[in-house]
Design a protein around this ligand. Structure first.
Ligand code: HEM
Length: 213
């Protein structure tokens, strides 16, 4: 195994195209959240000042939504193979309290992503589809004449609920990344240490290194 500057062995985790798609998704998601919340309620309208005012925030928001959808499509294609549910995931979930308390010796060996990460992957995929479809329905500049006012009202409601769920999921995602030290570098320089992989994703480490013990 190659080593990093501190002498720790390193394992490749995410190639460049995945990392670029991930950061485009992350930046567009944050800007979408800020502009969306600014348009959502008068109490948060001040957030639109970050975009130069309400008018700019309003036209920019749907384009940012397209950037999120396209970048997530790349992530979806690249991650789906590693995010299918495996038998050990069910066992892992039944030991959730051990996982949350860091007692990883009580958990089964896990593949590239743990069940929590897989649920985030699938949850975000579903929410982004819902946000995209309802977002197009309420994109007044281009599609307002295609649907009835009642449909558009329903779409606004569903869009807002999906957005709140996505923001909550995002907060959990950030919390989990900060909670597992050594994870962030996987999305920055694309590698993790052998120790990190052994601790959190041993089944995956065995697969990539071709070792059994
Ligand atoms: C500042 C914001 C973000 C940070 C710091 C961050 C960080 C990370 C890191 C470090 C990983 C790698 C985990 C691993 O290899 O085990 C990851 C994975 C991932 N990220 Fe993010 N992320 C951010 C925003 C987002 C957003 C907005 C989305 C979705 C729209 C997203 C979707 C994903 C997905 C699907 C994965 C793979 C599965 C998982 O780890 O849950 N990320 N993220």
């Amino acid at each position: 195994m190659p080593a990093d500057s501190s002498g720790a062995s390193t394992v490749k985790r995410h190639p460049l195209d995945v990392r670029v798609a991930h950061w485009v998704a992350a930046v567009s998601f944050i800007l979408l959240g800020l502009s969306g919340l600014g348009l959502f309620t008068p109490g948060l309208f001040f957030l639109t000042a970050l975009f130069g005012g309400g008018e700019t925030a309003r036209w920019l928001h749907p384009w940012l939504g397209l950037a999120l959808a396209l970048s997530y499509l790349v992530l979806f294609i690249r991650f789906i193979g590693s995010c299918l549910w495996a038998q050990e995931d069910t066992t892992w979930m039944s030991h959730l309290s051990d996982a949350m308390s860091g007692r990883e010796e009580k958990l089964p060996e896990i593949g590239k992503f743990n069940p929590g990460q897989k649920l985030y992957f699938w949850g975000m995929a579903l929410l982004i589809v819902v946000l995209l479809v309802t977002g197009v329905v309420i994109w007044q500049a281009y599609f307002s004449t295609l649907t009835t006012i009642e449909t558009q009202r329903m779409a606004v409601l569903i869009h807002s609920i999906a957005a709140v769920l996505a923001i909550l999921g995002f907060i959990v995602h950030i919390h989990m990344v900060t909670w597992e030290p050594g994870t962030l570098r996987a999305m920055i320089n694309g590698t993790v240490t052998g120790g990190w992989a052994w601790k959190h994703h041993r089944k995956w480490l065995r697969q990539v290194t071709g070792t059994k013990h």
